[in-house]
Structure formats: structure tokens, C-alpha cells
Design a protein around this ligand. Structure first.
Ligand code: IVH
Length: 647
């Protein structure tokens, strides 16, 4: 796409808010950082580690290592076991012994320069405590937030009504990217050093000595480490720390095993992604038994019911857990759940609780099987499960739960983006019968709103103004806000760019659905879902009501111009490609990366599948990266993406 066309799109408000027009004009490599931090190139890239998930995989790694080292004798290899600290990697450069630059890992090739923030971490020396420091040395290690500090931060946030950090690692990453170093200082981050890059002069000969060097130079080095002869000692070390890790005041997610001898490390070398001389043995997700108390079901915006198991509270990965989703009826049947069962619960990815299995041998003799209810707990109508769908649904479009979900969706950020209309207020409006459809929102007056719980004159007036302003949101957001199945933000944009009004979209959906199915990324399933929605009389009534309260349900002149121009320029390098974004990119925010990809004709999807062309992975990329690798999907760094987008 040419820049002029991109500029027109920008004027029309097409890219998400916050996207800076001048980023497009300056061309990509000159993109200023989204967060106020500079991107810096690492002198030596930061690799990640391969993982082993059990002792068998650890042994297989050891076998491979012996093979590449081509050892003549069978004496055991000296290995170092270290705790794998669950934090954020930092690269610290010292020039003539003085901390010169601190950077995050980023994509491994370049990261964000956060020196001012890192200077506030008391376990990182500003000056190395060694005589005759080298001209340049880089120390790497893990910044982290200890558990008690994490709890205090979240308590404060809860008291202020701020969103809580999911875990200490996220809290640490968020803190390192704070613009004000005073905030960082107050959060009391900590740091364990584990690697040294000392290009000139005499260096330690092995990893054990590296750790001693770091300690002498004034760094905090984790004391829980062991130098072992061969794998047996390492396995004992791993077993011990799998048991004892919860006694530590900080989070660890495994053990890192490293070949001790640095010359042999060099000989073993690295693969593209990770060194062959080290491996991370990850702890299995922590599990705990509990007793199933009851099954509750939640009804979502689409009517899909989600069964949730409630059990006696258990402590897991640092928090108390008493609920876990069971996903759908098949999962309940698969687990063969009975009320009163002893269930084994774990936190997947240390975050989301799940029921792993039942212990039938502990089942009480009178226990009854758990089943999904036959009626919607909100409106009492029959629940149905259609065809080969996994979900069971309430199909009563006036079900209050569906209405509440639809209203929450309509006012959400990507849709009409109405400030001041949270879940509690929506609940009051629906429960008191003040709002029975999306259109009713626009008939609310300030006096009525001011009389509701926790509302005042000011908040009521603000809300009425916000609702009025939301009528000007672009057509694609209005379409997305309707909450039609399979029409997420991406599909709504594609449809709105091809059909400039609800009338033209409806005419095509009802009379020539194949025309819609042929659009890039749409397909027959989405086209059919759209047709079904538009044929439903209650939805036709809703569209009329929305128009009568002032929603246009069509593109204005500048949106039309931008979409036509984009169509004419549909020769972007990513035309027809589907990309997925994961992890934190060093320079671009998610919405900026998305806008650039879309401007080049690509589509951004939320999950990795065989249809994904590229995964763009940043720091702390997790399961999406693993899945992409297993499916053979090409993985791009931010730098790869920007290179691809070069003219
Ligand atoms: S050594 C070439 N040692 O784990 C890799 N890494 O999953 C050098 N980590 O990116 C890393 N504790 O951020 C090493 N004792 C330790 C570690 C450690 C935590 C992190 C590090 C790395 C990640 C890989």
C-alpha cells in the first residue's frame, strides 16, 4: 500500500486510536518506541532455553550433549543446577566497571533500554566491586518481585480499584516498563545474576566460577545451586527443589541445568533458538485435591452456558482457588463427575484453574452424577445443543443473561466504547426493566440514571453524553457491537469495508451469501451465521430501533473513501495472509502491529492454527509460540515483520 493511501486511512480513523500517523511517514525502522523507551540492539543476542518436562527428556538432552561433545571417556560431565527464576531477563552492560545500560530481553536481538528503572534495584551494583574492571562486560540475570511484595502491590491496587496483576512475573514486567523510576523504586524489585559475557582478558573457566565472579562483583546470586558430577546429582537437585520451592520467598518454575566447563559449552554450541549446553527442566503444574461442592452454570452473550465447578478452597501456586471452568457437557462426561467427588485441581500455566481428574476410589457411595441443567438458570427456557456443537445454549433472545452480555459487548472498547457503563450498572438497568435492548440505552435520561445506585448527577450526565457520542463510532464498530456469532473485530472490518451499510450487507447476506463467503477471511460459516442473524425478526426489529435512536449503521463519507482506497491498494505484501501476535514486542504495541499488518493486507487472528501464515512473537511468548513451532508455522520477530513490510 502506498503511504498516501495509508494517510487517508489514518484520517478516517481506520487504524486504532493511539496509532501515530508519523510512524507511517518515517518508515518502519525509525518507529519511535510505543512506550517511551528506546529500542537497543543487544551486542550478543539473548537466547532462550529448551525445555524438558520430565526426567526422561532431561536424560535425552544429556545423551545428545554427550554425542555432540564426542567424549572419549565415560567419566561423568560436571553440570551446574540452578533455580529457574520466574521473572524477566535483563542484560546489564558495564563500561570500566560502571553500569552504562540496562535492557530487557525483547525479541532476543533487541530490547528496551530501561537503565533509569534498573538503577533503582538495590541488588544491582551501579559500580562493579572489582579491581581493574574490564572495558566492557555484560551481566545477565533475572529481575523479579518477591511474593510478599507482590501481595502488597496487589492489595494496594485492589484498594484503589485497579486491575490486579495475574502473577509476580507480569507485575515485574509492568514495573520495568514504568515511565517513572520512582514507581519502580517503590515496588522493590530484586535481581539474581547468572551469566557473564567478558570478551577481553582472563575469564572464569566454568559456570561455577562465573557465579562466584558475579557474587564478588557485588551481584546477588541465587545460593540454591549445586555443582554435580553427571545427571544423578542433578536429578536429586531437581527433586529436592520441586518439593521445597514453595518455601522460597519468590517464584521459580523449574531448574536450569548447565554444562559447567565454558570451553565445552563453546564446543557444544547452539541451535538457532537455544544453547545445546543448557536445558530448563520445568516443574509439572502444581496439583491439589479438593471436594466438589456444586456445579453452577454461567450464561454468556451468545447464550452458551459454561459449567463451573465449585469446590472446597485449596492453595495453588500462591493463591486460594475454589472454582474452575469445566468448559462444556462433554468435559463433564469425560471426567465422570459426581457431587461430593474428590477432584484433582491444578492451575494451567500457573494461572487458570482446571479440574484434571476425579479420584473415583474416594467417591461417597450415594454420590449422584453431575449434569448440565436442562433449563436456563436465568430465564428458565430449555437449553439446546445443536448438531456437533460442543456448547449448550439458551436460545431465548430475551434471556436477561444474554441481554446483559450483549450490552456489555456493545459498550466495550472495540465496539461502541462507552465509558461509565460497567457491569454493575448494566445489571441494575436490566433487572429494573429499564433496558430491554441495545436501542433502549439511547432512550435513558440523566435524571433516571442519577436515581440509580452508585450514580450521581455528574456520572449520569457524563454517561448520557458518552452514549450520544458513541453514535458517531465508525460503521465497522457498530457492526462488531451487534455481537453476531463469528463476527469479531477483524471480520466486522472486512465486511464493513466491502458493504457500506447494514442494508447492502443484509441484501447480500440474504440474496447472495456466496458473495460474502468469498471475501478474504470470511467463508461460508460466517456468511451463514450472518444470514441467520439477519433473518431473525427480533434482530430486524433491533436494527430498526437502533436506526430510530440515531445509529447510522452505515459508513460515513470518509470511511467509504478510505475503504475504497484500501481496496484499490489491495496489493499489500501480506495480502491474504493470516498472522497471530504473541508476547510483548519491543517497539510496537499490539494495536500498532495490528494496524500495520492490516494496512499491508493481512489479517490478525487471535489463535494459531494450520491456517496461520506467520506468528509474530515478542518477549514472554508462551503457548502460541509452542503451538506455532509444532505446526511448523513461520515465526517472525518484530524486526522480521518490519523488514517484510519494507517497500
Ligand atoms: S541461563 C542461553 N539461568 O529462563 C540462555 N536462565 O526460559 C541463558 N532464567 O531467558 C539463560 N533463571 O530469562 C538462565 N538460572 C537461570 C535462569 C534463567 C531464569 C530465564 C531466562 C531465560 C529463560 C528461558
Amino acid at each position: 500500500m502506498c503511504l498516501a493511501a495509508f494517510a487517508i486511512r489514518l484520517q478516517s480513523g481506520f487504524p486504532p486510536p493511539g496509532f501515530q500517523p508519523w510512524t507511517a511517514c518515517c518508515r518502519l525502522p525509525l518507529l519511535p518506541p510505543a512506550t517511551g523507551f528506546h529500542s537497543v540492539e543487544h551486542r550478543i543476542p539473548l537466547q532462550s532455553l529448551d525445555n524438558a518436562f520430565d526426567q526422561g527428556e532431561l536424560r535425552a538432552w544429556h545423551e545428545r550433549l554427550l554425542k555432540v561433545l564426542d567424549r572419549a571417556d565415560d567419566s561423568p560431565l560436571p553440570l551446574v543446577g540452578e533455580l529457574k527464576i520466574d521473572g524477566n531477563a535483563l542484560a546489564l552492560s558495564y563500561r570500566h566497571g560502571v553500569l552504562e545500560r540496562a535492557a530487557t530481553r525483547g525479541d532476543g536481538s533487541s530490547g528496551e533500554e530501561i537503565t533509569a528503572n534498573v538503577r533503582t534495584i538495590s541488588s544491582i551494583p551501579l559500580r562493579l566491586q572489582i579491581d581493574d574492571p574490564p572495558e566492557w562486560v555484560e551481566v545477565r540475570g533475572e529481575a523479579f518481585i518477591p511474593d510478599d511484595t507482590f501481595a502488597a502491590i496487589n492489595n494496594e491496587r485492589a484498594a484503589r480499584g485497579d486491575a490486579l496483576f495475574a502473577n509476580p512475573r507480569n507485575a515485574c514486567a509492568g514495573t520495568l516498563r514504568q515511565l517513572d523510576p520512582k514507581v519502580v523504586a517503590a515496588r522493590r524489585l530484586d535481581f539474581f545474576a547468572y551469566t557473564l559475557h567478558l570478551p577481553d582478558g582472563p575469564s572464569p573457566a566454568n559456570q561455577w566460577q562465573v557465579l562466584q565472579w558475579l557474587e564478588q562483583a557485588g551481584f546477588r546470586v541465587n545460593p540454591n545451586r549445586e555443582l554435580c558430577d553427571g545427571l544423578n546429582g542433578i536429578e536429586r537437585f531437581c527433586d529436592r527443589w520441586e518439593q521445597q520451592r514453595h518455601q522460597l520467598p519468590y517464584a521459580t518454575d523449574g531448574v536450569v541445568v548447565k554444562l559447567n566447563d565454558l570451553r565445552l559449552q563453546n564446543k557444544a554450541g547452539t541451535t538457532q533458538k537455544a544453547p545445546r549446553w543448557a536445558i530448563a527442566l520445568k516443574y509439572p503444574a502444581e496439583e491439589a485435591p479438593s471436594r466438589l461442592l456444586k456445579l453452577v452454570v454461567q450464561v454468556g452473550r451468545t447464550g452458551a452456558v459454561t459449567p463451573v465447578a465449585e469446590f472446597e478452597p485449596v492453595a495453588l501456586a500462591g493463591t486460594s482457588v475454589s472454582r474452575a471452568t469445566l468448559h462444556n457437557a462433554d468435559r463433564i462426561a469425560e471426567l465422570d463427575l459426581h457431587l461430593g467427588d474428590t477432584v484433582v485441581v491444578r492451575k494451567a500455566g500457573e494461572i487458570i484453574p482446571e479440574v484434571v481428574r476425579v479420584l473415583p476410589e474416594l467417591r461417597p457411595s450415594d454420590a449422584t452424577p453431575v449434569q448440565l441443567p436442562q433449563h436456563c438458570p436465568e430465564c428458565g427456557s430449555n437449553l439446546v445443543r445443536e448438531g456437533d456443537e460442543a456448547a449448550t445454549r439458551c436460545v431465548n433472545s430475551s434471556c436477561p443473561a444474554i441481554l446483559r452480555g450483549g450490552l456489555r459487548h456493545w459498550v466495550s472498547k472495540g465496539a461502541l466504547d462507552v465509558d461509565g457503563l460497567g457491569s454493575k450498572l448494566i445489571e441494575q438497568l436490566v433487572d429494573r426493566g429499564l433496558v430491554g435492548s441495545l436501542a433502549d440505552l439511547y432512550r435513558l435520561d440523566a435524571a433516571l440514571l442519577a436515581s440509580l445506585d452508585r450514580m450521581g448527577d455528574k456520572s449520569a450526565t457524563n454517561l448520557v453524553e458518552a452514549l450520544e457520542a458513541s453514535k458517531q463510532q465508525p460503521w465497522h464498530r457498530q457492526l462488531y457491537g451487534l455481537g453476531i456469532r463469528h463476527i469479531g473485530e477483524v471480520n466486522a472490518k472486512a465486511l464493513a469495508a466491502a458493504f457500506f451499510s447494514i442494508n447492502s450487507l443484509a441484501a447480500a447476506a440474504l440474496e447472495a451469501p456466496e458473495q460474502i463467503a468469498e471475501l478474504h477471511g470470511i467463508g461460508p460459516e460466517i456468511s451463514a451465521s450472518l444470514g441467520q442473524w439477519l433473518r431473525t425478526p427480533a434482530n430486524q426489529q433491533l436494527l430498526q430501533n437502533l436506526q430510530s435512536v440515531g445509529l447510522s449503521l452505515e459508513a460515513n463519507a470518509s470511511e467509504q473513501q478510505a475503504a475504497s482506497q484500501a481496496g484499490a491498494d489491495a496489493d499489500g505484501v501480506l495480502q491474504g495472509k493470516t498472522l497471530v501476535l504473541t508476547g510483548t514486542l519491543p517497539n510496537l504495541s499490539r494495536s500498532e502491529a495490528k494496524a500495520l499488518i492490516e494496512a499491508a493486507g493481512g489479517k490478525v487472528s487471535g489463535s494459531v492454527s494450520k491456517k496461520t501464515d506467520y506468528l509474530v512473537a515478542g518477549e514472554a511468548a508462551g503457548s502460541k509460540l509452542t503451538k506455532a513451532e509444532s505446526l511448523g508455522v513461520t515465526v517472525l520477530s518484530e524486526a522480521d515483520l518490519t523488514a517484510l513490510l519494507q517497500p
